[in-house]
Each structure stands twice: as C-alpha cells, then as structure tokens.
Design a protein around this ligand. Structure first.
Ligand code: ATP
Ligand code: MG
Length: 394
C-alpha cells in the first residue's frame, strides 16, 4: 500500500466526550497521534468536523503508520486516504477509477460512491458526482457492481481544494486517549498480569507511571531489566512511563526476620502498597493499579485483598480481578508483553516465599504483627529516597 495513500482520516468515539470537555479529549488524541507517528516521518495532524486528519508531508512506510495508529487509544477507525491534487472532473473521475482498480484489483465486489463537496462552486453537485463517477467505475471495472443499499465497498469522495478518496476502514483499539483521564501508578512486577493491568487502565485514557520493588541481590539485574523492558512495551500504547525502582531488600529482610513466616507475603504486599501510594501522591497520580485476580494465589484471596486494600486510601484499580489466567495470557499475547513476561528471571526470591502462607489473613492479626516493625517507617523513607527513576519508552 506504500505510495497510494498520502493522508489518514481518524475516527473517534463520541461517548463521554460531548459538551465542554470534548476539546480535552480531542487535544489529547492529537498529541498521542503526533507522539505515535514521530519516528515514522513528517506528519501534520489537524482537527476537522468531529474527526482528525493526518497528512503526510514526506515519504513514509504504510505498515509502520498503521501499526502505530492502531495502538493509539481513542481511535475507533482509521481510513487511509488517497489525495487527488487536481480536482478537474475528467482527472478526478479517472483517478477515482484508478484507485478502485488498484485497491480491489480483480475482486468481485459491490460498491457505491458517496460524495461530499465543501467547494460549493464545483460544477457538479454531490448527486451528480455519485451517479457519474459510479457509472464510469462500472464501465471500466467489469468485476465491480453497484449496490446503493448494502455495498461491500463505499468509495468516499470529498471535494475541497484537493479531493480525498477513501474506502478502507481499519479498526482502531477504541478506549480514550491517554492523558484525558489523569494519571495512575502501576505496581509493575515481571509477571504476566501487571503489564496487562497497566494496558487496560491506560486504554481508559489514564497516563501511567510505574513502581517496581527490587530486592537486589535476591532478584537479579536481569529481573530488573525485564521490568524495564515490559514498561517499554506498555509504553508503546500508553506513552513514556516513568518507572520508579524501589530498593526493597532491607525491608524484605526485616519483615522476614520480625514477623511470622506465613504472614510474610501479605505484610510485604501491604508495605508495597503503602510505598506505591506515597510515590503516587508525590507524582500527582490519583490511583494505584495492580494485576491481582481473585483467588489466583494466597495473597489474592478475597480476605488477602481486604488486608492489602485496607492499607491505602487511594482507589486501587484491579482491571483483571475477574479474569482467569488464560484470559490474561490472551491479552498479554495480543499486546506483546507475554514473551518478555515468561522469561525465567525470578521477580521474587524463594526465601521470601512462605511454604504455607495464610490464605485467610485476619487484618487485626496482621496489624499486630506489623507493630513489631518499629523501624519500618524509617526504612520506607529510606527506600523512597533511594528510589531510582528510569524513563521507559517504546
Ligand atoms: P504478576 O503476574 O503481575 O507478577 P502475580 O500473579 O505474580 O502478578 P503477585 O506476585 O501476587 O501476583 O502480585 C500481585 C500484584 O502485585 C502484581 O500484579 C503487581 O501489581 C504487584 N507486584 C507484585 N510484586 C511486585 C514487585 N516486585 N514490584 C511491583 N509490583 C509488584
Ligand atoms: Mg508476580
């Protein structure tokens, strides 16, 4: 498809964007489109009558552009546009016919022409354009037939100072443009679930930052790099992610030493949530995101979730909460995180995993154990101060 198309018409959903906030949605979408296309050439993005037009000012690779646009949340459909510079009728008619031949070749299809002219001085009106152009295409392409009610192909002809021809409709990812719904802090481990959770919340227009708890040397540099890589893959959709790498070894060893072994995981998870909330607060994020799913492991029973939830005051978004593992795997394969998630670098050392963790923790008992952790506040402060920030980009 290289060479035929010079512009793209971007269609976006109407839900939730009516009224005075509409421009926030539209501007966020245009920003995301510009960001997504930056590596692939020189593009001009403009807004017009409830849709966005992307014009190429240079050569570009068609597949790269479609690959990038189909990752921009908020886009419902993308129509590649062929641009005819010379509007003169004979030329336009021939160009439109050449377009149909090129795109549909010898395929047996039904079509209709839908014309619109913003140039009202054009010698033919919309009805005449449809009729005459349809006729010319019909005469020239024996494999095409007209069906005005239910055509397989609708050739749109929009006449302005140039003419736009488009008929292909490529589905976008839907959702809302990132940046139109604030920011949240993703607790990102090296597993399968949390990258999917981040993707799902970003799809609703929420910008992401992420926090990773790193227990060096119990977890390796490669485990950390894996998390950076995962953040980079999610960033293909969400835009750049500021990843906060929190040194967690001292805290983990301290919990390990001071509290009953079967409570270790749940207490550790509560401290993670606390630290994530503090960082979120500092960064202006308004919620936390985790990859928890009810009953998947001991720390994700409904009792455990109550215990971890009780420690934060921000809303915790758990978009995969009702999904089976396989459903989460399916999404991770589709978005491209799966192969990285299954690399065998442990995100948790076995000495910190209890053989028989509590599956029905009692919050009061957990809090009593936590009273033993008198140095915890100071350790949390230290961990936050020593946090390393990495900018993860696609
Ligand atoms: P995942 O596949 O996302 O690692 P999981 O099934 O392994 O999840 P847990 O290890 O119990 O489940 O973690 C539950 C959630 O807690 C994760 O989805 C993630 O949001 C967060 N989490 C766990 N470990 C870490 C970590 N080291 N750093 C940051 N967040 C973490
Ligand atoms: Mg995990």
């Amino acid at each position: 498809m290289n060479g035929i198309f010079k512009a793209f018409l971007v269609k976006y959903g109407e839900i939730g964007i009516k009224g005075k906030n509409r421009y926030i949605f539209e501007n966020a979408l245009m920003d995301q489109i510009r960001y997504a296309l930056k590596p692939f050439g020189d593009f001009y993005v403009l807004k017009e009558q409830g849709r966005i037009i992307v014009e190429a000012h240079d050569e570009f690779d068609y597949d790269d552009v479609i690959g990038a646009l189909t990752k921009v949340f908020g886009i419902v459909a993308i129509c590649p546009v062929a641009v005819v510079e010379n509007n003169e009728w004979e030329n336009l008619k021939n160009e439109a016919t050449a377009y149909m031949k090129m795109i549909y070749e010898e395929k047996e299809l039904t079509f209709k022409v839908a014309a619109r002219r913003s140039d009202k001085a054009y010698p033919l009106d919309s009805m005449e354009i449809c009729a005459k152009m349809g006729e010319h295409i019909l005469d020239t392409c024996p494999n095409l037939n007209v069906d005005v009610h239910n055509p397989e192909v609708k050739l749109n002809v929009e006449i302005r100072n140039k003419t736009y021809l488009f008929s292909l409709v490529i589905p976008g990812p839907g959702g809302m443009p990132v940046g139109s719904n604030g920011k949240a802090m993703l607790l990102l481990s090296g597993g399968i679930d949390s990258p999917v959770a981040g993707y799902m919340i970003a799809k609703r227009g929420v910008a992401l930052e992420a926090v990773y708890f790193h227990s060096h040397p119990y977890t390796s540099d490669r485990a950390k790099q894996k998390v950076v890589d995962l953040a980079g893959i999610v960033a293909r959709y969400s835009g750049p992610i500021k990843l906060h790498v929190v040194p967690f070894t001292e805290i983990q060893l301290y919990i390990h030493e001071k509290t009953p072994h079967e409570q270790l995981t749940i207490i550790m998870r509560r401290i993670m949530m606390q630290i994530a909330e503090k960082i979120a607060d500092k960064q202006g994020a308004l919620g936390l995101i985790t990859g928890e799913s009810i009953g998947q492991v001991a720390s994700q029973t409904i009792q455990s979730l109550n215990c971890t939830n009780a420690v934060c005051s921000m809303p915790v978004f758990r978009p995969v909460i009702g999904f089976d593992k396989q459903e989460i795997v399916n999404i991770s394969q589709r978005i491209g995180t799966y192969e990285t998630s299954i690399l065998p670098f442990e995100d948790c050392c076995t000495i910190f995993v209890a053989k028989h963790p509590v599956t029905k923790p009692n919050l009061k008992a957990i809090m009593r154990s936590e009273e033993m952790l008198i140095e915890m506040n100071a350790m949390i402060e230290r961990a936050i101060n020593e946090t390393e920030v990495i900018l993860a980009q696609r």
